[in-house]
Design a protein around this ligand. Structure first.
Ligand code: PLP
Length: 419
């Protein structure tokens, strides 16, 4: 058991070729999130760690039918291909639900949102330039910018999301990031959605400082309640570069995402993309388009939203009942994550090891999401509420609650006990 847990920190021996690697590669270490993966295969483990869609809600049957239709009708998906126009047309239609009016010429297909982020980073950021991200944010953005060895400027967030006043002060102080990376809807990992006022202020800053906003809307179609606000891209066509994905709303295994960008940027994005993978797989483009032709996506999305809303509510209720009172958490209106803050002084990396070893339950420690100052978030954890069925959510939170209560007795934690 402890051997598995050691994989969290044990790196393979450095190879002889290491000296030949590019500077950024020599300096880079695998992300903590990626290293957690081997731990999660353990039978019986209840994992709140990865941002997985519910396996029981993946539309496998409908997708199989769509695949058969696509491949029987036309052998072309098996060939090299150009971006599939009917798929772009579907995406234009979907964007209207996010308040965005765009044209097919502004859609650029990508191999998932992650590739979209990487392409935009390479489009906007000069080597060694500045980039601005929130102090706690999806670690994929760090991977996307790392080869360009940027100066990463961090902007604080509060319960309303990114502190736009702090970003403004940074810009007024002379910082000139190549772009700001934002997750306005269902933030990963903080679980917040930006209100309209902050969105408008962000767009105003973008125009005033000629600052591109990279809007990662991976969770934009997963809003469960609260005021529905448009995507940032709906508020500005010039400065907002939109990143979308089918991963969280259909299936991450498809590896299909998209960008919405000014049309003039598309040829340069094509050069960048062709340099790494030529194209999104033609098979995925055609089969996905065939699935969307069937008109089944809206009902599927509704099913997801209903199920995820219930799972979120069950998790929030279970946290209330099983966690000690000094613990705080966010109540997300969208997305997949609850962000939990334990009292200062708790080290959630250490806690994870105990959680896996003694209670067979996993989460992601807060430190995994920090560009700098991981210590500031060492007492936090991210819980994903979508991947486990309802009874397992209840059970997993109870296990974690037991562990935390036990920490009060034997560990370094000093918690206020419930009255
Ligand atoms: C905010 C955010 N952006 C992008 C991604 C990656 O999405 P994709 O699977 O489309 O590459 C994730 C995955 O967890 C995410 O949380």
């Amino acid at each position: 058991m402890t051997d598995d847990i050691a994989t969290l920190t044990d790196a393979p021996p450095r190879p002889a070729i290491e000296h030949a690697l590019a500077g950024w590669a020599r300096a880079s270490a695998p992300s903590e999130l990626r290293e957690i993966l081997p731990l999660l295969a353990r039978p019986g483990l209840l994992s709140f760690a990865l941002g997985m869609p519910a396996a029981d809600l993946l539309p496998a049957e409908a997708y199989l039918r769509a695949t058969r239709r696509a491949l029987e009708a036309d052998p072309l998906p098996m060939q090299y291909g150009v971006p599939f126009e009917p798929l772009k047309r579907h995406i234009v239609g979907m964007m209207a639900e996010r308040g965005v009016h765009c044209r097919e010429e502004q859609i650029f297909l990508t191999t998932g949102a992650q590739q979209g982020m990487s392409l935009l980073a390479r489009l906007l950021l000069d080597e060694g330039g500045q980039v601005a991200v929130e102090a706690t944010v999806y670690d994929g953005i760090h991977g996307a910018v790392k080869p360009l060895r940027p100066e990463v400027l961090t902007v604080p967030s509060d319960e309303g999301g990114i502190r736009v006043d702090a970003l403004e002060a940074m810009l007024e102080g002379g910082a000139r990031p190549a772009f700001v990376y934002l997750i306005p809807e269902g933030h990963n990992p903080l679980g917040v959605s930006l209100g309209m006022e902050r969105r408008l202020r962000l767009v105003e800053l973008a125009r005033r400082f000629h600052l591109p906003l990279v809007e990662d809307d991976a969770y934009g179609f997963l809003r469960y309640d609260g005021e529905r606000v448009p995507a940032l891209r709906a508020l500005d066509e010039d400065w907002v570069l939109y990143v979308g994905s089918f991963s969280k709303i259909l299936a991450p295994g498809l590896r299909v995402g998209w960008l919405v960008v000014p049309e003039a940027l598309v040829p340069t994005l094509s050069i960048l993309k062709h340099g790494s993978d030529l194209d999104v797989t033609s098979v995925a483009q055609r089969c996905l388009s065939s699935y969307l032709d069937s008109g089944e996506l809206p009902a599927h999305l509704e099913r997801l939203r209903t199920a995820y809303r219930s799972r979120r509510d069950v998790m929030l209720d279970a946290l209330e009942r099983h966690f000690p009172r000094a613990v705080r958490w966010t109540a997300p209106a969208g997305g997949m994550f609850v962000w939990v803050s334990l009292p200062d002084g708790v080290d959630t990396v250490r806690l994870l090891r105990r959680a896996v070893a003694t209670e067979q339950v996993a989460f992601v420690p807060g430190a995994a999401f920090c560009a700098h100052d991981a210590g500031d978030y060492a007492h936090c954890m991210r819980l994903c509420f979508t991947s486990l069925p309802i009874d397992k959510i209840e059970e997993g939170v109870a296990r974690l609650g037991r562990l935390l209560t036990d920490e009060v007795r034997v560990g370094p934690l000093t918690l206020v006990s419930p009255d």
